[in-house]
Design a binder for this molecule. Sequence first.
Ligand code: DC
Length: 233
Amino acid sequence: MESCSDKKIIIAIDGFSSGGKSTFAREIASRLGYIFIDTGAMYRAVTLYALENGAIRGGILDEDKLVGMLDDIEIVFRFNPSRGASDIYVNGQYAEGKIRTIEVSNLVSAVSSVPEVRAKLVALQQQMGRGRGIVMDGRDIGTVVFPDAELKIFLTADPAVRARRRYEELTAKGMEVSLEEIERNIRERDEADQSREVSPLRKADDAIVLDNSRMTLAEQMDWVMEILKKGIN
Ligand code: DC
């Protein structure tokens, strides 16, 4: 057994939409001085690019057109000291706000089920984690991107709890959304994430399940710090 402070490790956090993965992952990264990568933001960034460049029209994705554009899409994270987190840039353009709209949320499942999109983003994610010392959240981090991650967490929470949290997050940003619309979107994405052919969402055999429906962030942090203190095999 080694303690995590001796050696930089990879922490993989997977789970359903709006389960608080990014908040949890960002907090762990900040405590450990690790890099945090939100891979959902990367799939959202590709969706935004597809929308802005004509690969999605009238809500319909033209897969061939998107695949033909993939080499032109450059995704970069830049640390923003005022937020204490990284912002995503698509071809040099700041995209944080634009990737979180309900329009992108409704289309991202279709984009993330294209095998070529996944191949490109998985390769990029693996490159980002080469030096270890990273906390990455997504759907396939413990199963596909880093099957050798030292700590894998599978986060779950009731869909109604997740919808309420996302609703509060978006309305706090001034977006006009209804709770019903968000809950429908979450349930649809749960279904799409679990049933897609390439890299469906599933718990890695060696992942630890955490149901945070009734837990505060502080309680989740106590839970994970305890695991890290005990040491990772
Ligand atoms: O975490 P999020 O809700 O921002 O993710 C947006 C979408 O991207 C989600 O519907 C599924 C997809 N996704 C994925 O397929 N694989 C990942 N590693 C991360 C996200």
